[in-house]
Design a binder for this molecule. Structure first.
Ligand code: NDP
Length: 296
């Protein structure tokens, strides 16, 4: 069986179009322009690329982008002051502090200083608690993107057996909460899980978020299962740099019913969902109806 390929690049483009449409309506009908502020501390090359890309896509969607670039040796007090200023700025509806932060800064403290309603990354402890208790929250972008693709492919996920491999706060745990919220029977696997191949073989939905190149081989995948590969791993193959996921794509695609490729699967959905969260935050801040299909 050759799996259907879930095209995250194309799907992300439709999400961005929906966002742009909603932004245009907000401007026309309410004279409101959603704004996203991104704070970058230091000069980590990967973070610089992400921040540039986020800013560009924010502007392309018709929103305001505010970039705050701070020196690597910025003090905690100075960073907290920047966040506080953004919390109080009515033109800013979403705030993202790019992680990782330099070692001398306490990430939890900084993230929890963002106003929860502007926390478009969904990492604030209040949003974690709201998601965990099934209440309206800001949902972390990568798991939100995975959920959107699964809903789009399957319609209802109710009653399906889902395995999430990985229990990080930014992907694995929120992913599991979202699948539970959609009435899947959810197993969370991690580095201490016994008989991982057998656990994965039971799943109708496999979400791999580990960070180990191609660790899930095709023979772990149940015939017809849907595989969402969150992993982004840089490897050398045949003397070339290559990006691969946590799943061995070639062998998994022989058994799966549907699978996301790497690159071009989950990756592009993450920034699209950041834009979606910013519009959602803007609507909530102004007491307006939220855009349909852009939240969990
Ligand atoms: P973390 O390193 O925070 O978490 C990895 C998880 O994998 C941990 O829970 C760990 O278990 C588990 N794990 C490690 N080894 C094994 C193993 N042998 N068997 C089973 N589980 C194992 O990673 P992240 O969640 O931040 O990211 C995961 C991957 O997703 C990375 O490749 C990352 O680059 C990618 N990513 C992609 C994004 C995108 O936009 N597409 C966004 C975010 C991440 P334990 O807790 O027991 O240590």
């Amino acid at each position: 069986m050759a799996a259907n390929i879930i095209d995250g690049k194309a799907f992300a483009a439709t999400v961005r179009e929906k966002v742009a449409g909603h932004v245009a309506r907000l401007k026309e009908e309410h004279n409101i322009t959603p704004g996203l502020a991104v704070v970058l501390v230091g000069e980590d090359p990967a973070s610089q690329v992400y921040v540039r890309s986020k800013g560009k896509q924010t502007v392309e969607a018709g929103m305001n982008s505010f970039e705050h670039k701070l020196d690597a040796d910025t003090s905690e007090a100075d960073l907290l002051a920047v966040v506080e200023q953004l919390n109080n700025d009515p033109a800013v509806h979403g705030i993202l502090v790019q992680l990782p932060l330099p070692g001398h800064l306490n990430e939890d403290l900084i993230i929890n200083s963002i106003a929860p309603e502007k926390d478009v990354d969904g990492f604030h402890i209040s949003n974690v608690g709201l998601l965990g208790t099934g209440q309206k929250s800001m949902v972390p972008c990568t798991p939100l993107g995975c959920l959107m693709m699964l809903r789009d492919y399957h319609g209802s996920l109710s009653g399906m057996d889902a395995v999430v491999i990985g229990r990080s706060n930014i992907v694995g745990k929120p992913m599991a909460q979202l699948l539970l919220g959609d009435s899947c029977t959810v197993t969370i696997a991690h580095s201490r899980t016994k008989d991982l191949p057998d656990v994965v073989r039971r799943a109708d939905i496999v979400v791999a978020a580990v960070g180990r190149p191609e660790m899930v081989p095709g023979d772990w995948i149940k015939e017809g299962a849907t595989v969402i590969d969150v992993g982004i791993n840089r490897i050398q193959r045949d003397g070339k740099n290559k990006l691969v996921g946590d799943v061995d794509f070639a062998s998994a695609a022989e058994r799966a019913g549907a699978i996301t490729p790497v690159p071009g699967g989950v990756g592009p959905m993450t920034i699209a969902c950041l834009l979606a969260n910013t519009v959602t935050a803007c609507c909530r801040a102004n007491g307006l109806a939220e855009p349909e299909g852009l939240t969990a």
